[in-house]
Each structure stands twice: as C-alpha cells, then as structure tokens.
Design a protein around this ligand. Structure first.
Ligand SMILES: [Zn+2]
Length: 116
C-alpha cells in the first residue's frame, strides 16, 4: 500500500470508529480489503468478529470513487447490528449515511484521495 493510500485508509478507519460510536455499534477493527483476496469484486466485508474490511482500490489498481467508499462504510457499519439486508438494516444504513452527509464525509474523503 502506498503512503498516500495508507493515509487515506487511516482517515477511513478513524471515521468508521467515530460513526460506530455515534450509532452505538460494536466495531472492533477496520482493515483494508486487499487486492487478490477471495473477495475480488466486493467493496467491503463485515466479519463475525465485528471487524470490517474496506476496499479503496480495485485489482487493476484503479481507486474506487469516494462516494462508493462512503456508501460501503455505512453499509458495513449497519451490518454490525443487522446481518441481513432487512428493512431494519436499510433504515440504519440510511441513518448512518445521513450522519456522514451532515459531517461532509464525502467531500473530506474526496479531497484526501485527490491530494498527492
Ligand atoms: Zn451487505
């Protein structure tokens, strides 16, 4: 992982813990979803030990768009409480996205990803 990606990931990690705390979600750790993993075409994964994996680049090295990363962050955080894509999960996902939007997370992440 390049130093810039590592900085971007650190930011993602700290924001995930912030939004987890704000929504009473038991997040344990945030790790990068690496290239060549068994989750080739997946944006993110929430594991049974309350760890979340987030992808910031595709296997060909192309970075994911900031909006896709923010959406995945909210998606996987909501899975900490609801495993299935149920109406309850969708409601929590939407609520977390709203919190993220109110804190300008999309703009802040986009700015970081474009800074060399
Ligand atoms: Zn899901």
């Amino acid at each position: 992982m390049s130093p810039q990606d590592a900085r971007t990931f650190k930011f993602i990690e700290s924001q995930m813990f912030l939004f987890a705390r704000g929504n009473w979600l038991p997040l344990k750790r945030v790790l990068p979803l690496y290239r060549k993993s068994r989750f080739e075409s997946t944006y993110g994964v929430c594991d049974p030990t309350k760890g979340i994996f987030i992808r910031i680049r595709w296997d060909n090295g192309r970075p994911l768009h900031a909006y896709a990363i923010v959406d995945t962050m909210a998606h996987e955080l909501a899975h900490l409480r609801f495993l299935a894509h149920s109406p309850n999960w969708f409601r929590l996902h939407s609520r977390i996205l709203l919190c993220m939007s109110q804190s300008n997370l999309f703009q802040r992440l986009k700015r970081r990803m474009n800074t060399k």
